[in-house]
Design a protein around this ligand. Structure first.
Ligand code: MRU
Length: 358
């Protein structure tokens, strides 16, 4: 199924009573959708990055629970709920850093506890998964509005922004977090160019962000990750705008490896640093970023490109795929509930306790 140029991208679809994911490992060269008939295929797609991006992983896991529940009920109509606990554990073990995964599984657990015995449980769980999906999309549009308003409220001589990884429709329920703010700010004429880090080692920036922005006809320039300092030195950047995989109570942010580098560079050059993430990305159980589990992936991501080896055989590799940006380096965290400038434990607690904006 090919996506036409004018159709907005979505990477997750519930169609014909099952889950379909756009295989992000193949983009932009090939647009292939994979069907997910059972739990194993869903776990495999999260672990192996068919789907990636914190909110998208959470939404996928929610649909995964629906699929697992259906399979369990077919096998054992009486004890399916007990057996399903194993499936939730398998989903939870698929990737460690993005807290949205664990949040979505908790939502599904609560839905399971509150099932109405007079109605079909799978239908009720599907309703919950679709709600998680829909609410993420709505949150992204709200954040787009709030983040672009913040950007517009700061007078900056440059209208260029840098973004890292992919935080767009592909990484979320649609529209995007950091890329949602960028989409909204571009529409309002607040930015004139997006510099997309290619985002080594998995190339989310070159393969996914450049593709998404070009489809939207938003001017994008692809840069090697190491070019950011030069652009800032040249005065061409007003903001760095990134997403997050987990934000702790004090405002420390785990995001794609290389985000911390950008935050240090931004501080040195007087460039503002914005993190855009829904409230489902907060983990208030952790007081700071030190305790966030950081995923390490295999050496093949670093030594080879699409199977073509570039580094010497047997070279030692270190491949942590997320890093922690300390709150002191962040100017603003934009959520669907509002914006926290100069994040602190108290300011974040206040924001999260406030009623929802939408
Ligand atoms: O390893 P990935 O591609 O899942 O990492 C994704 C990121 O780090 C994103 O920046 C983050 O999930 C925010 S996406 C809206």
């Amino acid at each position: 199924m090919a996506l036409d140029q004018n159709q907005s991208v979505s990477a997750i679809e519930w169609r014909d009573d099952t889950l379909w994911l756009l295989d992000q490992r193949l983009l932009p060269l090939e647009e292939r959708w994979l069907e997910h008939p059972d739990l194993e295929t869903v776990v495999d797609s999260i672990r192996n990055m068919v789907v990636r991006g914190a909110p998208a992983i959470g939404i996928t896991a929610a649909y995964g629970v629906v699929i697992a529940a259906r399979c369990r009920r077919q096998r054992d109509a009486d004890n399916w709920q007990r057996a399903l606990a194993e499936d939730l554990a398998a989903l939870a073990a698929s990737r460690p850093t993005a807290v949205n995964l664990f949040w979505a599984l908790d939502q599904m657990r609560t839905a399971l506890k509150g099932l109405d015995p007079t109605q079909d449980p799978v239908v009720q769980l599907l309703r919950e998964a679709k709600k998680i999906h829909r609410q993420d999309l709505a949150a992204n549009h709200t954040m787009g509005r709030l983040g672009s308003a913040l950007l517009g409220s700061h007078n900056a001589p440059a209208k260029g922004v840098i973004t890292h990884c992919n935080t767009g429709s592909l990484a979320t329920g649609g529209y995007g977090t950091a890329l949602g703010v960028i989409r909204s700010a571009w529409q309002q004429g607040l930015i004139d160019r997006v510099f997309a880090d290619e985002t080594r080692p998995w190339w989310q920036g070159s393969r996914l962000t450049a593709w998404e922005l070009m489809r939207d006809r938003i001017p994008v320039t692809l840069i090697a990750d190491s070019v950011a300092a030069t652009l800032m030195q040249q005065g061409r950047i007003s903001w760095v705008i990134v997403g997050a995989d987990r934000i702790t109570a004090n405002g420390d942010v785990a995001n794609k490896i290389g985000t911390y580098n950008l935050a240090v560079l931004a501080k040195h050059h007087g460039v503002r640093f914005m993190v855009v993430a829904p409230t489902t990305t907060f983990d208030l159980a952790l007081s700071n970023g030190q305790d966030i589990p950081i995923e390490e992936r295999g050496p093949e991501e670093v030594v080879a490109v699409r199977g073509q080896r570039l580094a010497p055989e047997n070279v030692e590799v270190y491949n942590p795929v997320f890093d922690i940006t300390p709150a002191q380096l962040i100017d603003a965290i934009v959520t669907e509930k509002g914006v926290v400038e100069q994040p602190s434990t108290a300011a974040i607690a206040r924001l999260l306790e406030a009623p929802h904006l939408h």
